[in-house]
Design a binder for this molecule. Structure first.
Ligand SMILES: [Zn+2]
Length: 249
């Protein structure tokens, strides 16, 4: 990295240890504040997922040693690779750099996101077409496909996705190198979001016998936890964006 041409920065962004990558079920953790900026709070480690890959950022609370609660309104990516900004609402008290905090995510909301997110992986194997977009919110999730509208049948998608969910398959996280991914371009279904490069390795979500694709998001441990989905809406959002929106049944 050439720092010579850069203006002085108020702090040096540090990568945050992303605890949810190894265990998406962590509801609480302890962490130390490493930076406090206008944009948000950076911690040495976090359980808060930063908005990305179509999934909204986590909300929750940072608890100070004196019992004061600092609500986290949103979580966004910071400047450095893997740095995370815990975004506070205006007027919220700011913690001090070096302060130890207890973290708690809004678990009910996150678990909905994990179930819907994993459901999209399953749906991407039922609707076989390039994915041109996607979004995951707590109430609904959607994928856009480059496909002919006549090939999208709500009843069929619902039945086939729910039949796969009913298999109750355990999900796995697999890491491969950038070179291994380059050698297997068929793994990348999502045309609009290329997997992050530069870290030397790429994280994949594997649902054995169903799906394998690069993803840095949060997933349920077993697809049976999704329960069942229903198709809320199918509509055209453009020539290459036929949108299928789902919710939990
Ligand atoms: Zn995923």
């Amino acid at each position: 990295m050439n720092l010579d041409a850069r203006p002085p920065v108020p702090h040096h962004p540090m990568p945050t240890e992303l605890l949810f990558r190894n265990d998406a079920y962590m509801k609480t953790a302890a962490a130390r504040v490493v930076a406090v900026t206008e944009r948000g709070i950076e911690l040495d480690r976090t359980i808060f997922y930063a908005q990305g890959g179509g999934q909204v950022g986590d909300t929750g609370v940072l608890l100070r040693a004196n019992g004061e609660k600092i609500p986290v309104a949103d979580t966004r990516k910071g400047e450095a690779l893997d740095s995370v900004l815990h975004v506070l609402a205006a007027g919220t008290p700011r913690p001090e750099v070096g302060e130890e905090l207890a973290l708690a995510i809004d678990w009910e909301r996150r678990y909905l996101l994990m179930r819907l997110h994993t459901a999209l992986h399953v749906m991407s194997c039922v609707v076989v077409a390039p994915v041109t977009g996607g979004n995951i919110a707590p109430e609904r999730a959607r994928l856009d496909f480059d496909i002919d509208m006549t090939l999208l049948d709500a009843g069929r998608i619902e039945r086939e996705v729910n039949a796969l969910i009913a298999r109750g398959v355990a999900t796995e996280t697999v890491w491969i190198t950038d070179e291994e991914l380059d050698a297997r371009p068929e793994l990348v279904k999502t045309m609009s979001v290329q997997p992050p490069r530069g870290a030397g390795r790429v994280r994949l979500l594997k649902i054995p016998g169903i799906d394998l694709q690069p993803c840095g998001g949060t997933h349920v441990a077993n697809i049976g936890e999704i329960g069942a989905i229903r198709v809320l809406k199918i509509r055209s959002e453009g020539k290459r964006n036929k949108r299928v929106e789902i919710g939990l049944a």
